[in-house]
Design a protein around this ligand. Structure first.
Ligand code: DOR
Ligand code: ZN
Length: 384
């Protein structure tokens, strides 16, 4: 083992922990355990639960669950269908932002009524971020609304060259526009996936499901790679890498679905990621594709700036820079127990994690008691 490298704990501003409602896929304990195993010390959970977080009541229920189960720090987004605007005032002090779905994804919480959308942008408190799920002309729409109503707007999981170009233009005249990309759009492309269907060679990086569950030790279904926005082309992928300076954050969109569902004829969209992002990024640093400075900017300092909070300076992670290891489904802490990056060889295994100076993870073991994690908006979280 090499001399460990210490980094500030990663802040993942986009996860779906499915609790309450679909705890067969993930819950706050397994999700935050997976986060620690991946060196992530703060997660922001999305509102598209089975019963969406559109009311103060549903939000309070979710907060109670996290308070009991979380082993890392967390924050919540509120959701909207455009009909719950009167709730905004009640929840604004309890959430880190609002999530708006302008294109369809899991849960079908689409906000496609133009009038309602205007009302949402007009009414949401200006000091809190609106995170936008949208592609193509929906990105133009969000940028225009941000300008009109003076909102902070963050476009999440940008995957295509054209979309990033539009955002780069928008950012030139509006410093309130930010964006993120996911590790799966950085490290997987649609060409890679279709190549795997015709060539056995590509199997090395192929599925994704546990060997236990996979009679052929590999698998042929593409459902594991079904995600929204879809995996893009090599050209798009290269464009993201070439324009990292224009990107503000890396967020996983950790979206666990069960192996059964992903193997089915109607696989739901989404893939887990909270556990594998740091080693993937650190391996990119080793390969000279990313600087350590950018890794920290994209996963720690910028998320704090965008959302206006401070992570405690004793919340940090130690990784082994030298040992190469293979991502294995069997070793994952996410309840869905598969990864789109299974069988990849990576560096940067997480050795230890500290939250507010307390050791919460060491050598694959969660040391924190459920409930140690705190809501970052609580004064007790130890930030500012
Ligand atoms: O593929 C996706 N799955 N994209 C999203 O934006 C949501 C997510 C989910 O909740 O499953
Ligand atoms: Zn998402």
């Amino acid at each position: 083992m090499g001399k460990p490298i210490r980094l500030p704990g990663l802040i993942d501003i986009h996860v779906h922990f499915r609790d309450p409602g679909q705890t067969d896929k993930e819950d706050f304990y397994t999700g935050t355990s997976a986060a620690l195993a991946g060196g992530v010390t703060t997660v922001f959970d999305m509102p598209n639960n089975l019963v969406p977080i559109f009311t103060l009541k549903t939000l309070l229920e979710k907060m109670k669950i996290a308070e009991k189960k979380a082993v890392c720090d967390y924050g919540f987004y509120f959701g909207t269908d455009g009909k719950n605007i009167t709730e905004f005032e009640k929840v604004k002090g309890l959430v880190i932002g609002l999530k708006v779905y302008l294109t369809l994804t899991t849960g079908k919480y689409l906000l496609d009524n133009g009038q309602k959308l205007e009302e949402v942008f007009e009414s949401w408190p200006k000091e809190k971020v609106i995170v936008v799920h949208g592609e193509g002309d929906k990105i133009d729409l969000a940028i225009n609304l941000a300008k009109k109503y003076k909102n902070k707007v963050h476009i999440t999981h940008v995957s295509k060259k054209n979309d990033l170009q539009v955002i780069i233009e928008g950012k030139k005249t509006n410093s309130n526009i930010t964006c993120d990309v996911t590790p799966h759009h950085l490290f997987l492309s649609k060409e890679q996936i279709s190549a795997k269907n015709t060539s056995g060679v590509a199997r090395r990086v192929y599925p994704e499901r546990s060997r236990r569950d996979s009679p052929d030790g590999g698998g042929t279904a593409n459902g594991f790679y079904e995600v929204k926005p879809p995996l893009a082309s090599r050209v798009d992928q290269d464009f993201l890498w070439e324009h990292l300076k224009d990107i503000d954050a890396i967020a996983t969109d950790h979206a666990p679905h069960t192996i059964e569902e992903k193997k089915s004829n109607t696989p739901p969209s989404g893939m887990p990621g909270v556990e594998t992002t740091l080693p993937l990024l650190f391996t990119a640093v080793k390969d000279g594709r990313l600087t350590m400075k950018d890794l920290i900017r994209l996963t720690n300092t910028n998320p704090q700036m965008i959302f206006g909070f401070r992570q405690n300076k004793n919340t940090c992670v130690e990784i082994d820079p030298d040992e190469k290891y293979t991502i294995e489904n069997e070793n994952l802490k996410t309840k869905c127990s598969w990864s789109p990056f299974a069988r990849r060889e990576v560096y940067g295994r997480v050795q230890k994690v500290f939250i507010r100076g307390e050791k919460v993870f060491e050598k694959g073991k969660i040391l924190a008691k459920p409930g140690l994690g705190r809501n970052i908006l609580s004064p007790k979280s130890g930030g500012v």
